[in-house]
Design a protein around this ligand. Structure first.
Ligand code: GLU
Length: 331
């Protein structure tokens, strides 16, 4: 009986040991074979915004460099936090990647204590793909067409106008609230599920003003459906040379760019991180891909996972400070 028990015990121990071994082995094989099925790239905003534009430009060449297709899906809501939370909680196997933006990783967590993820610890930053300038633009029916007239009109009619943004807590929201505080004007915030629907209603005239990232707003500006008033960029943009930067109009703190990178859930194995980072760099080095991104008014970045992690952390601090010093609150 006792020898039977010890035999059972030994068999059980052997099974456990073999299980552990095969788990370790499968982990190794997994990293070596990655990717062996299609990858999902999640956009945490509606179609038509800059996150969608950058994500869709990179998906195809990234897939080509990795040898698997990269399928883009949109998961909008909560100023990008619904999709970002889904990425944060996913299995870190490299098959669900997310677009990490300044809104989902910095401004929204800075202003909203209810964000259900920690941007500093719940993600694996992979690469920052591009930085984009931002713009305040108005519907052509708005009485002013330049910055001086814009401020004068807002001062003459406090609370008459509204502005659209890609969501509560997003860069468009926080930057415009900062602008309002510093310029001493009031406009009402109307949040959308992304810049796509926000643009649609601003072009349609339901909302008079929009704060957007340049890539999504530019086609409307070029077609005369929106009039650019002021840009957040290191210098004036070639695509709208008559439009001043926030720095020029004396509002330097508003003069910040947005960023668009790739993130994964925390715990993504380092060799998979490196593989995706290298593939994304290869994609960004393709002159056609680079041109497609630059044509939207963006600056191509393509840095290391470490550098991107540092940028995310720094931007979170910037927006925490903005929220604290300006006493910004959610509507
Ligand atoms: N405007 C972006 C979009 O709708 C989101 C805001 C951001 O840049 O983080 O895609």
């Amino acid at each position: 009986m006792s020898s039977q028990l010890s035999l059972r015990k030994r068999t059980a121990l052997k099974t456990i040991a073999l299980g552990a071994l095969s788990m370790a082995a499968s982990g190794l094989i997994h990293a070596q074979n990655y990717p062996n099925k299609p990858i999902t790239l999640q956009i945490p905003f509606a179609p038509g915004g800059t996150t969608d534009i950058v994500g869709r430009v990179i998906a195809e060449p990234l897939g080509k460099a990795l040898g698997q297709s990269v399928v883009v899906i949109n998961k909008a809501g909560g100023g990008g936090s619904v999709g970002a939370n889904e990425v944060a909680k996913a299995t870190p196997d490299g098959y669900l990647l997310g677009m990490g933006t300044v809104s989902t990783t910095a401004s929204n967590p800075a202003i909203n204590p209810k964000i259900p993820y920690n941007p500093a610890t719940d993600f694996t930053p992979i690469i920052n793909l591009a930085a984009t300038p931002n713009v305040i633009a108005v519907n052509p029916k708005f009485p002013a067409k330049d910055y001086k007239g814009f401020i004068a009109e807002l001062k003459k009619n406090p609370a008459k106008y509204s502005y659209s943004s890609s969501g509560t807590g997003g860069i468009g929201h926080l930057q415009t609230e900062l602008f309002k505080n510093l310029a001493g004007v009031f406009i009402t915030h109307i949040p959308y599920s992304g810049a796509g629907p926000a643009l649609r209603d601003t072009v349609g005239g339901q909302v008079e003003i929009i704060f957007d990232n340049v890539p999504s707003a530019l086609p409307h500006i070029q077609a005369g459906r929106l009039i650019p008033i002021v840009v957040a960029a290191p210098q004036r943009l070639a695509s709208m040379p008559n439009v001043p930067t926030f720095k020029e109009v004396g509002l330097e703190p508003v003069n910040r760019m947005a960023y668009y990178g790739l993130i994964a859930p925390k715990g993504l194995p380092a060799d998979i991180v490196q593989k995706i980072n290298a593939a994304a760099r290869t994609a960004l080095q393709d002159p056609a891909v680079k041109k497609r991104i630059e044509d939207t008014g963006s600056i191509v970045l393509g840095n290391s996972p470490d550098e991107f992690a540092k940028q995310m952390a720094a931007e979170l601090e910037v927006y925490k400070k903005v929220v604290a010093t300006q006493k910004l609150k959610l509507d």
